[in-house]
Write a protein that binds this ligand. Structure first.
Ligand code: MG
Ligand code: MG
Length: 256
């Protein structure tokens, strides 16, 4: 499948779905405190998505030959960076938690967004890692204008992250989104300016820097899902669904 551009009407619907997703993530972020049970956060996410008349995008999602993902929320702790399976271990003081949620609005429009936060009190390094990851997402989004390339986005993210002394995960990438969970093009968090796919008006992409304090190699955990930093160093993840428009980047999953 090639890249499918979205009409201005599609983008309005995506923004409506994105506002719902942002509101649910706001609540999950608030509830991800010391003692919170990841499985209960997933149940809450499922309930809120249903109440909004939407469906979870990740529940039962089965990439390739993989068995279906059994949760709506990906919750990844500490070295876990993405695709974490919410379990029954309570969140502990100082945990770095990534909350990644996708939903389908009006049975047609796919939104994807993620946030990292520290539960309780984090180490200065963990707090800085999250701040740098957030800022790198902003810088990547700044490149999401017609005529730029996916390489421009990746370069903006990578240059800033490495300048701050951290590393970008290169084994996982952002992606087109809007009509499916994952669409072309790939949106890496590294690259050279002017390379990759050219961004056109109507392109909708999930930009999602994944950043760690140490070596960026990742490995999949025993549960078959959780992707973790192989060295055991903490990893942070921030993601927005963004539309490329003539007026500039439009963040579709922004909190109010
Ligand atoms: Mg996501
Ligand atoms: Mg994504």
């Amino acid at each position: 499948m090639g890249i499918k551009l979205k009409s201005p009407e599609d983008i309005e619907r995506l923004a409506e779905g994105g506002a719902i997703l942002a509101r649910i993530l706001d609540e999950l972020e608030e509830r991800a405190v010391v003692g919170a049970i990841p499985q209960e956060l997933d149940q809450l996410a499922q309930q809120r998505i249903k109440e909004a008349g939407c469906t979870p995008a990740f529940l039962n999602y089965a990439p390739g030959n993989h068995e279906p993902f059994p949760a709506a929320l990906c919750l990844s702790v500490n070295a876990g960076i993405v695709h974490g399976l919410p379990g029954d271990t309570p969140l502990a003081d100082g945990d770095l938690v990534g909350l990644d949620l996708g939903l389908v609005y009006q049975d047609a429009y796919y939104l994807d967004s993620a946030r990292s936060k520290v539960v309780g009190t984090g180490s200065p390094e963990t707090n800085e890692l999250i701040a740098v990851t957030k800022k790198s997402l902003e810088l990547g989004i700044g490149q999401a204008v017609p005529g730029s390339t996916t390489g421009d986005i990746g370069h903006a993210v990578q240059q800033y992250v490495e300048g701050e002394g951290f590393s970008v995960i290169t084994q996982l990438v952002g992606h087109g989104v809007g009509f499916e969970v994952h669409e072309p093009p790939q949106v890496p968090n590294y690259g050279r300016p002017g390379t990759g796919d050219t961004l056109e008006e109507g392109l909708v992409i999930a930009i999602e820097p994944m950043v760690t304090t140490g070596d960026p190699a990742v490995t999949t955990g025993d549960d078959g899902w959780t992707v973790a930093v192989a060295s055991g160093a903490v990893g942070a993840h921030q993601e927005h669904t963004v539309a490329v428009t003539a007026a500039g980047p439009r963040i579709l999953t922004q909190s109010k």
